[in-house]
Design a protein around this ligand. Structure first.
Ligand SMILES: [Fe+2]
Ligand SMILES: [Fe+2]
Length: 239
């Protein structure tokens, strides 16, 4: 396995590792490094992927400069290596929503995490990160996304998860492949609030969707969120 790195927006890097056996056609695990005065990592990758991911980051900036360790929710692929990163970067803090901190991270993190209020913005110096709570969307009580305001980039986490090892950026449809993966994995915690939570993200008017599992896109971002919301509403009604 190897970790490929692409700059998908100004000083925003996608680190992508395809695991061939994780799904038919492979399955990517992507982290995003936002290079600013206070560099931020979104997703750490699993603990066992730390050597690959940390080496990829070190080709862009010294690991010890990392200031913020962030992720969508508490699962191994999102945050399995957070303590390895805390050890490698002495000034780094985990930052997450209050619920995730209270329920899990104040226990799991080797240093106390920073609790963020819904809508709170961290000024990274050159980039601005807004924290948005999305409980149970796509799964887990502590689920959240982040939105980088200067580039209007929405870091979607597991939303739009798709299989395969596509390019870093695509102009192709995101919703069809996401629904195919949903039929395979049943990973989304479908509820009456799923569609409306995703619709709320469309009001941010994102100009990039950065996916944890799959290609990112800079086209039809709001439309894709609305189509995904409608598709989940339909699936919820079938349950
Ligand atoms: Fe997940
Ligand atoms: Fe994930």
């Amino acid at each position: 396995m190897q970790t490929n790195t692409h700059e998908i927006a100004d000083r925003i890097f996608r680190l992508s590792t395809c695991v061939p056996d994780a799904a038919p056609g492979g399955f990517t695990f992507n982290q995003f490094l936002i290079d600013a005065d206070e560099p931020l990592l979104f997703h750490t990758g699993p603990r066992r992927m730390f050597p690959l991911v940390s080496a990829a980051i070190a080709r862009i900036l010294p690991l010890k400069r990392l200031r913020w360790i962030t992720f969508g929710h508490v699962e191994a692929d999102e945050c399995g290596a957070m303590n390895e990163f805390l050890a490698a970067a002495p000034n780094a803090e985990v930052a997450h929503g209050a619920n995730g901190c209270m329920v899990s991270l104040e226990d799991l993190c080797d240093r106390p995490p920073r609790r963020l209020a819904d809508g709170e913005v961290i000024d990274l110096g050159g980039k601005m990160i807004r924290h948005i709570d999305t409980p149970h969307v796509p799964h887990n009580w502590e689920a959240r996304v982040i939105f980088e305001e200067t580039t209007r980039s929405l870091f979607c986490g597991d939303l739009f998860t798709q299989t395969g090892d596509g390019p870093a950026l695509t102009d192709g449809d995101l919703v069809g492949p996401a629904l195919a993966a949903e039929r395979m994995f049943h990973a989304t915690a479908l509820s009456a609030a799923t569609g409306s939570t995703i619709r709320r993200l469309a009001t941010l008017k994102p100009e990039m969707l950065a996916l944890m599992h799959g290609s990112s896109t800079r086209t039809r971002c709001g439309e894709s969120l609305l189509e995904l919301a409608t598709a989940y509403d339909e699936l919820t009604a079938l349950h």
